[in-house]
Design a protein around this ligand. Structure first.
Ligand SMILES: *Cc1c(COP(=O)(O)O)cnc(C)c1O
Length: 449
């Protein structure tokens, strides 16, 4: 069977371009989306697709063991296997957060740990697709000199990692002083050309759009919908991990809003192919300091206006002018979705509470958790509902956020769950005093279970 996909203009389905063409906008200036030949995909029954995907899941049969390329037909059928640049992304753990769920008052509470991935965030899912297409273009003789992106940290890490794996030069534009040390050092280590600009993410985005007007510098931001194709596997994986059923709620942190759009796109594609028979409700969680979508939601999506985002510990979503806002609004309307916001205090406390139950959450996951707490306390999410939180990055990338929380120095936050180290002399007496004071007795421990 020949599967096919192409770029299509949102406002004019007849306007199509091959995925290996260097193009990001339609003739009317709108974004392009990837469309698939659904007639060809429907030739396989829903059960046949499920069996195929289950057979490939987490095996070493290259490249199909990758969570993304195991669904190649639904993601990017036009790339030749020999051009695929994969580091076995996807297939991340869907974790039953039993103690955290109990703490929050819901029984069926799950975390999709997308940060347990090659470069430590979900951005790998999209980048493997984009870099594979670039490798195909280069193999076809396209004169590409480098791939470039503006980033709040994780996109640049993924771009640099996948570029390095493919031997393709990369350039990243970062807002100076606004990304974590771990995020900054990843592209440096991978040999990317790192440009730190005195501006915010939105300012970097404006510059990179100008730089990539030159066709030899390819644009890797998520306005390039190849990224969305890879990222949409997150929803497909969640269904697969629940034996091809969907939860009641999926809560996802949103900044540039490509991932919200991608989550919806993957689920809708499965729905259209008959692989699932209902849709979950999607909640987009924003930081209060960067909440243009939340403000629009409060008007019933009648009005939308970009804002200037203020600093937030959830630095990867400190975005005031999200590129995929209209894609995300379409998804939220289709999924009977909600948008909620979280303050710095709420996101930091939610992350700390989760860490106390054995998770190790990044601040963006903290935003999603804080929003879950609000919706549970309001009764919008019910006790018996199945809830999945999309955890977008590994907590280890955000050491400073954790350190400052436990030191009590995090901006605009009073650290209710701080657990600073106890500094004492190196004597048994001093240790015994702390033991008596801080370590519970056996009977008390049994009560904690
Ligand atoms: C990129 C990113 C987000 C936001 O995703 P968008 O597609 O920009 O909405 C959230 N969390 C982390 C850790 C990210 O890297």
């Amino acid at each position: 069977m020949n599967y096919n996909a192409w770029f299509a203009a949102h406002d004019n389905p007849d306007e199509r371009y091959p995925l290996t063409e260097v193009i990001y906008y339609s003739s009317s200036g709108g974004l392009l989306d990837v469309e698939h030949d659904m007639t060809a995909l429907r030739q396989r029954s829903p059960d046949e697709w499920k069996q195929l995907f289950d057979r490939r899941w987490m095996r070493t049969d290259w490249p199909y063991g990758s969570g993304v390329w195991g669904k190649k037909e639904l993601v990017c059928p036009v790339v030749d296997d020999e051009n695929i640049v994969s580091m076995f992304e996807g297939g991340t753990n869907l974790f039953w957060a039993e103690r955290l769920g109990q703490d929050l008052g819901v029984e069926d509470f799950w975390i999709k740990l997308c940060g347990n991935s090659h470069t430590g965030s979900f951005k790998d899912l999209g980048m493997t697709v984009l870099i594979s297409i670039v490798r195909q273009m280069i193999a076809n003789g396209k004169p590409i000199r480098a791939v470039a992106c503006a980033s709040t940290g994780d996109t640049s890490a993924a771009l640099a990692g996948y570029g390095a794996a493919a031997g393709i030069p990369t350039m990243v534009f970062l807002p100076r002083g606004k990304v974590s040390t771990a995020q900054l050092v990843q592209p440096i280590a991978h040999g990317a050309l790192v440009l730190a600009l005195d501006t915010d993410f939105d300012g970097c985005m404006r510059i990179v759009r100008e730089v990539t007007a030159d066709e030899t510098i390819y644009l890797a931001n998520s306005l390039n919908s190849l990224r969305i194709e890879g990222q949409k596997t997150v929803g497909i994986e969640i269904a697969q991990q629940f034996d091809w059923t969907v939860p009641d709620w999926i809560i996802i942190p949103g900044g540039n809003l490509g991932n919200t759009a991608a989550l919806g796109k993957g689920l809708l594609m499965m729905y259209e192919l008959g692989m699932i028979t209902r849709l979950p409700r999607i909640v987009c969680a924003q930081a209060r300091n960067a909440n243009p979508l939340y403000r629009s939601f409060c008007t019933g999506f009648k009005h939308y206006e970009p804002i200037v985002a203020r600093p937030t510990a959830a630095s990867a979503i400190q975005i005031g002018d999200p590129v995929s806002v209209h894609r995300a609004i379409r998804v939220l309307k289709r999924f009977n979705g909600l948008v909620e916001e979280a303050s710095e205090q709420e996101l930091a406390d939610a992350a700390a509470r989760a860490d106390r139950t054995g998770l190790y959450t990044c601040p963006h996951t903290g935003v999603a958790l804080a929003v879950a707490i609000k919706l549970i306390n309001q009764g919008t999410i019910q006790k018996s509902d199945r809830v999945v939180i999309i955890s977008t990055a590994h907590g280890l990338k955000f050491t400073r956020f954790k350190v400052e929380y436990h030191e009590g120095t995090l901006r605009d936050v009073i650290s209710a769950h701080a657990n600073p180290p106890v500094e004492i002399p190196a004597t048994m007496d001093a240790v015994r005093r702390v033991l008596d004071e801080r370590v519970p007795h056996g009977a008390e421990v049994r009560k904690l279970q």
